[in-house]
Write a protein of this length. Structure first.
Length: 446
């Protein structure tokens, strides 16, 4: 592999958005290095003022050169103050380029004022080139252009002015510049590539830690929630069974029916929770619960609503269905999960005297479903998080639930390609609007 390969491919390690984030993350450290470089060059140029006077004496050329030196030193001081406050990579690059231009102009003034001492400056020039490679921000064009700009004045004098420079000396000078640039480009390219690789690995590790932390939190929430929700129906089954065993001969038919109804209700609740957990696991594993199929929507919704009938504690489901819904083509299990979980939630959190209304209509080839209830509503601050697993509203009180229903709705809708809008007011009720695109027969199925 060529020594320039890392330099040419270092940015290709990262996607554009990753590269932008990398630059922001390294803005402070690159700025600090750039400031140290400005201090170094400013101090070096201040020390060289004495050499200028010794070589030029108190002449007009010396004072002209002194003015250039002082201006450059002032610029370095300004950099020390301004660069730490920079908040964007582009501004930092502008300062780095300005430093390169300032050094180029200063060197040009030195060589113009005392060209006969050019050969004495070559060592300092080479050291300066390597220093520029070291202090420039980690941007490909800056790393390449500024050190080249730095050495342009010296190379120009070596090639065209040729003051006291023979062929062998000229060749040595050019080789010194070439070697300096080769070393600088190679070293900085490997460092740049290594920094990006390290940054990317660190990001991947942080993402892995975040995912594992979330997974641990989800596992803890799952164990806590499910164990609590399982314990309640199991307790109901246990106590009802115990009563039936101990007193079955003395129980009146109404009491016997009450006990068996409690058992049946508890079993249905357990079955529903297990189904939710299994469905969630299947979605996580990449399953979608079958293929899309065609079926008439009106009777399907009516049958689903009938299975969510009123009880002593919850209202039934009222329907407002357009007569022209016709036949749809969709993954039935996913659609059933969406509507069943929404209806369950609406009924659970709406008192028996309240209202749960499901509307269905079409808009072109899209299916529009709207579910309204007059229940307890969702607090505004919690509406963004209620679709997260195991999250329940703070006002849910003693109403049983695992916090999985709305997360299943979210995941199933994502597979169906649907959109959901939530409008809820605490204490007044909730309205959910769903748009499922291109479901009607004769259009492309979702």
């Amino acid at each position: 592999m060529s020594p320039f390969t890392p330099f040419l491919t270092s940015l290709d390690l990262l996607a554009p958005e990753e590269e932008a984030q990398y630059r922001l993350d390294h803005l402070a450290i690159d700025g600090t290095i750039l400031v140290y470089g400005a201090v170094l060059f400013g101090a070096a140029y201040a020390l060289l003022i004495a050499a200028d006077q010794a070589l030029l004496g108190s002449t007009g050329a010396f004072y002209a050169l002194l003015t250039v030196r002082l201006v450059f030193i002032g610029f370095c001081v300004a950099m020390v103050v301004a660069v730490p406050r920079v908040r964007s990579p582009r501004s930092q690059e502008a300062w780095a380029l300005a430093l390169g231009v300032g050094i180029f102009l200063s060197n040009l003034a030195v060589l113009t004022s005392r060209p006969r001492t050019y050969s004495q400056n070559v060592t300092l020039e080479v050291i300066g080139v390597l220093t520029m490679y070291a202090i420039m921000p980690d941007r490909r064009w800056i790393k390449a252009s500024v050190p080249l700009l730095f050495s342009t004045a010296g190379i120009f004098f070596a090639l065209f002015v040729k003051v006291h420079v023979g062929f062998v000396a000229l060749l040595s000078i050019l080789m010194a510049y070439l070697v300096a640039h080769l070393i600088g480009l190679t070293a900085t390219s490997w460092v740049s590539r290594g920094r990006r690789q390290g940054w990317k690995r660190e990001r991947e590790l942080l993402e892995l830690v975040r995912e594992r932390t979330e997974l641990a939190a989800l596992r803890e929430a799952f164990i806590t929630t499910v164990s609590h929700e399982f314990r309640t129906p199991l307790h109901a089954i246990g106590t009802s069974t115990d009563i039936l065993e101990r007193h079955r001969e003395r129980l009146e038919p109404e009491r016997h029916l009450e006990m068996t109804t409690r058992i049946r209700s508890a079993v249905l609740h357990l079955t529903s929770m297990i189904d939710d957990v299994l469905f969630m696991h299947r979605l996580d594993a990449g399953g979608s619960g079958g293929e899309a199929r065609e079926f008439p929507l009106n009777p399907w919704i009516q049958e689903l609503a009938a299975s969510h009938g009123a009880t002593g504690d919850t209202p039934g489901v009222e329907l407002d269905l357009a007569s022209d819904l016709g036949v749809v083509k969709v993954n039935e299990e996913l659609l059933r999960q969406v509507l069943s979980n929404l209806l369950n939630n609406a009924q659970k959190y709406t008192p028996a005297e309240g209202r749960v209304l499901l509307r269905a209509r079409k808009s072109g080839s899209d299916l529009i479903l709207e579910l309204e209830d007059t229940g307890i509503g969702i607090p505004l601050a919690e509406q963004a998080s209620v679709f997260t697993r195991f999250q329940r509203g703070s006002n849910s009180g003693a109403v049983r639930g695992t916090g999985l229903g709305l997360s299943i709705v979210r995941d199933a809708l994502a597979l169906l390609g649907g959109d959901l809008e939530l409008d809820s007011q605490e204490g007044r009720g909730t309205r959910i609007r769903i748009r499922l695109k291109a479901l009607l027969r004769g259009n492309h199925a979702a």
